[in-house]
Design a protein around this ligand. Structure first.
Ligand code: ADP
Length: 901
């Protein structure tokens, strides 16, 4: 280090403690970065890389005043920034100015509005893995002060699911935490990882953990607090007492299912628009917006709590005027939660506090409207509202209504708030009026009408006389101070005396106003917990009014709950599709499920509305359990403990998994975790693999759910062959989405009907997709032949590649799958050709021959050989019809059914 300048040495010493962050090193009006930081920052921020010390030290920098934008950009990319300031006055410094890191900004510790979404929480999470493989998780949103903890007793996957559910931006772990687990966590989402070893209990944060019994959770939360203290280096007075929750208090919807149902973002764009959250969000405060998102992520299981919400929504729906009044009042309420955070951090200005005052002025009105609603839960909420009147009075008394942005220029504090300030102001005002009267007096005395008194920063107050009037000025009384082109400026001892008084008063005023403002801000700090409780009620009211508004606008109905697990939805709709497509066009559908029909097997053409139907049932359940009315004329639902979905075929490219693998993982999640009280939606399972494979898996999955889980399941499939399962398994029922053919064109009716679909309309859909007409016509000819062949057992005149092509178009199968399938189709045409020459071996016979060929006779005992022969003979004797391929489907394929229970 010795060869570097003292300043660079200082930089390196500080940087050594902040290896994982960009060190923004304050140099005058710039934050500079050096060495690797500079190279990387220049790249990430697209700023010019320079160097110092003869090119030895790469360097780049950003101006102090525009630093927040650059910091936001780095944070958004998942980096951390350590802000290093000059902590002594450069003028009085001996040698290198003393510098210290004053704060580390990271994705999980954002406080300023720039990088924060108004209606989203920003969570930091600390994780501790214990020896018994339980995981303590502690979450904190530094911007609102909200803290919570939970203990995961399942697997790391379960902990990951929880971390994803909260959209955590940064996690804090022990340095020895498993790298493999971290890797798994970061597979799907960018999450910044930070390390903190300390887990000892911090005395000053004792009050926050009073409600936590378990030592494991105390340790986990302490890790988080240690990290915050170490990086934020300032008051954390706004941190709220930690809430303990258990993940099974809420409906569980795993990450895949949340995505598939598009609860808070859409699959395609990953944006809010088009999601359930987007549809529902009629909240008018930022706090309400954040709570709405939390509620959607966490549907309730406790019927009483759900009904409390539903009843409030009903009350607000029937009382239109009160609701509108409430909405208007809520609109005036500022983000109290984040404001409280900034008060604690010491970065609010007078304008923020005026906003706070205005917010508080609306609280009595809100309380009054809510108590007027008359409902017991409304009364309970109204009673809990804390108006924080003393705070409102303090702000009203102390602060002017239109203060400047800066808190260092005065003009903030009202007259009458502070005696000393009033006296200074009087002095300043009196001085000024004395000067005004002096002007009059001097004019009369000298007879110069144009004489005037002015002020500038260099000379202070002066008397100005035009050159033509100079002769009228008495000699010796006026001291010349400045000469202008056509005037002279003078001062008098009397004028200077007054000026000193005025200027001193003004200086005192600015300083005193600043001190008084800081004092008021300190006083506001004491109200933080009360403001936070108030914020909770305000946000709840906001979400409830939002539910009422949307329910009324979209004609939703209050759901009720059945203890026997039955579903009875009349005229249900998909909330988002209905909104997007104009409600007149949306075809409502019923859904009836009970113990005799716990699995609905849904068939119907592509694009007819199968997945829309399945999703609408799930979304109806979610809406009901978050306490909102539902898009149906009537809905009776069980309270579902979990929802699992496998819908859509989006490749999970980020984590490098194929469609089929994702499909299987999601199915595994469902069948291993679902209980009888869960809801499973499986859409077109098995279509990502070859036909037999897919069909076999689909059937086995249905059987498994039927036999081992018994929960309500919606299963859509294009394998018509599966519909025979209805005859064999007690609780399976076929339904289909109807379509009709008009003038050779398919018309989707989007109506769910009992029974299985009659055909698949693949070619019609291909036609709708505007495939070339010759191709469509050719497909029709091939299909026609295939069908005739099926009926009459006639020979085929179709080339194998064409069959594959038709099949691919009809089922929109990816090319790889087509290629994979070509083999089996080829087998088929080969069989057709060989028929003319000699009797063809059935697939079964070929299979037996292959197995015989594969036998290692020398390794077998006589008994094993005998058993094998017996097995093969039995297999050959068993009757079954060989498969015949028609129109992309395999008719005559009879599933191997379980015996009837
Ligand atoms: P499938 O799963 O059968 O392929 P989707 O559920 O994806 O079909 O539906 C295809 C399209 O049909 C939807 O995007 C929507 O525009 C329309 N649709 C679905 N259900 C309805 C309905 N009930 N009423 C009107 N249009 C619908």
């Amino acid at each position: 280090m010795a060869e570097y300048t003292p300043m660079i040495q200082q930089y390196l010493t500080i940087k050594a403690d902040y290896e994982d962050a960009f060190l923004f090193f304050r140099l005058g009006d710039f934050y500079e970065m050096f060495f690797e930081d500079a190279v990387k920052a220049a790249q990430e921020l697209e700023i010019t890389l320079t160097s110092r010390d003869g090119g030895r030290i790469p360097m780049c920098g950003v101006p102090y005043h525009s630093a927040p934008t650059y910091i936001d950009r780095l944070i958004e990319k998942g980096y951390k920034v350590a802000i290093c300031e000059q902590v002594e006055d450069p003028k009085s410094a001996k040698g290198v100015v003393k510098r210290e890191v004053v704060q580390v900004i990271s994705p999980g510790t954002l406080m300023e509005q720039g990088g924060l979404e108004e209606k989203e929480n920003n969570y930091l999470c600390s994780v501790t893995q214990f020896e018994d493989d339980t995981y303590g998780l502690a979450f904190s949103d530094l911007s609102t002060g909200e803290n919570s903890v939970t203990l995961i007793t399942g697997s790391w996957e379960e902990a990951i699911a929880e971390i994803y559910a909260k959209e955590v931006k940064e996690i804090v772990v022990d340095a020895n935490f498993s790298g493999e687990q971290l890797q798994k966590l970061r597979e799907r989402q960018t999450i910044t990882v930070s390390f903190e070893q300390q887990t000892s209990n911090l005395e000053s944060f004792q009050s926050l953990i009073e409600n936590i019994q378990q030592e494991k959770l105390v340790q986990t939360f302490s890790r988080l607090v240690h990290y915050l203290v170490r990086t934020q280096k300032r008051s954390l007075d706004h941190l709220q007492p930690v809430q303990f929750y258990q993940i099974n208090e809420f409906m569980k919807i795993d990450l895949f299912s949340k995505r598939n149902l598009e609860l808070t973002e859409t699959i395609r764009t990953k944006g809010k628009k088009g999601s359930l959250l987007w549809l529902l969000d009629q909240t008018v405060t930022a706090m309400g917006g954040r709570l709405l998102k939390q509620w959607i992520d966490r549907p309730l299981l406790n019927q009483e709590h759900i009904e409390n919400r539903l009843n409030m929504v009903e009350t607000l729906m029937t009382q239109f005027f009160e609701r509108e009044e409430l909405r208007e009042l809520l609109k005036e309420v500022y983000d109290l939660e984040r404001l409280a955070g900034r008060v604690a951090f010491g970065n609010v200005n007078a304008r923020d506090l005026i906003q706070l005052k205005k917010s508080l002025q609306n609280i009595p009105g809100i309380q009054e409207v809510v108590s007027r609603l008359g409902h017991p839960y409304a009364r309970e909420l109204a009673e809990k509202i804390d108006r924080c009147e003393e705070l409102e009075a303090l702000l009203e008394k102390g602060l002017k209504d239109n203060p400047p942005l800066s808190i260092k220029e005065g003009d903030i504090i009202k007259d009458g708030y502070h005696d000393q300030l009033d006296q200074y102001r009087d002095a300043s005002k009196n001085g000024k009026s004395w000067i005004a009267s002096l002007e009059q007096h001097e004019r009369e005395k000298t007879g110069i009408k144009s004489l005037k008194i002015g002020y500038n920063r260099v000379f202070g107050y002066y008397i100005e006389v035009t050159k033509s009037n100079l002769s009228s000025l008495p000699e010796g009384m006026y001291e010349r101070k400045q000469t202008l082109a056509n005037a002279e400026r003078f001062i008098t001892p009397e004028l200077k005396e007054k000026e000193a008084l005025i200027l001193e008063a003004e200086e005192q005023i600015v300083q005193l106003e600043y001190d008084l403002f800081l004092h008021i801000r300190e006083e506001v700090k004491a109200f933080i917990p009360r403001l936070q409780s108030l914020a909770k009620i305000i946000s709840e009211l906001d979400v409830l009014q939002c539910f009422a508004k949307i329910s009324e606008e979209r004609h939703y109905r209050k759901p009720s709950f059945s203890a026997d697990g039955n579903i009875a939805i009349r005229n249900g709709r998909h909330p988002v599709v209905e909104k997007v497509m104009n409600s007149q066009e949306y075809v409502p559908n019923d859904c009836h499920m009970n113990s005799d029909r716990s699995i609905l097997l849904i068939t119907g053409p592509n694009m007819s509305g199968k997945s829309t139907y399945m999703r609408q049932v799930a979304l109806t359940a979610v809406l009901a359990q978050i306490g909102c009315f539902v898009p149906a004329d009537e809905a009776v639902l069980p309270i579902f403990d979990q929802i699992f979905t496998r819908i859509g075929a989006a490749d999970d490219l980020v984590s490098g998994q194929s469609t089929f693998m994702v499909e299987m993982i999601e199915t595994k999640n469902a069948v291993t975790n679902a209980t009888q009280s869960s809801l499973i939606l499986l859409d077109e399972i098995g279509r990502g693999t070859s036909t037999y494979d897919g069909m076999a898996l689909a059937q086995a999955i249905i059987e498994y759910v039927h036999e081992h889980i018994g929960c309500k399941t919606l299963f859509s499939t294009h394998y018509h062959e599966l519909t025979v399962m209805e005859e064999e398994l007690a609780s399976i029922k076929n339904v289909h989405v109807s379509a009709v053919e008009k003038n050779g064109k398919v018309v989707f009716l989007h109506k769910i009907k009992e029974g299985a679909a009659d055909k698949s309309y693949g070619i019609h859909v291909a036609e709708l997709a505007e495939l070339p007409t010759p191709l469509i016509e050719r497909a029709r000819i091939i299909l026609d032949k295939l069908e005739k062949q099926d009926e009459a057992g006639a020979d085929l005149e179709v080339k194998s590649e064409e069959i594959v092509q038709v099949k691919a178009e009809q089922e929109s199968i990816p090319q790889e799958v087509v290629e994979e399938n070509q083999l089996s189709f080829f087998d088929f045409s080969e069989r057709k050709q060989s028929l003319s020459r000699e009797p063809e071996l059935s697939k079964k016979e070929k299979n037996v021959l292959q197995q015989l060929k594969d036998c290692d006779i020398l390794e077998m005992t006589p008994l094993e050989a005998l058993n094998k022969m017996y097995e093969l003979q039995k297999y050959l004797k068993k009757k079954s019809k060989p498969p015949v391929i028609t129109g992309g489907l395999l008719y005559g394929w009879k599933p191997l059914l379980l015996t009837k229970p």
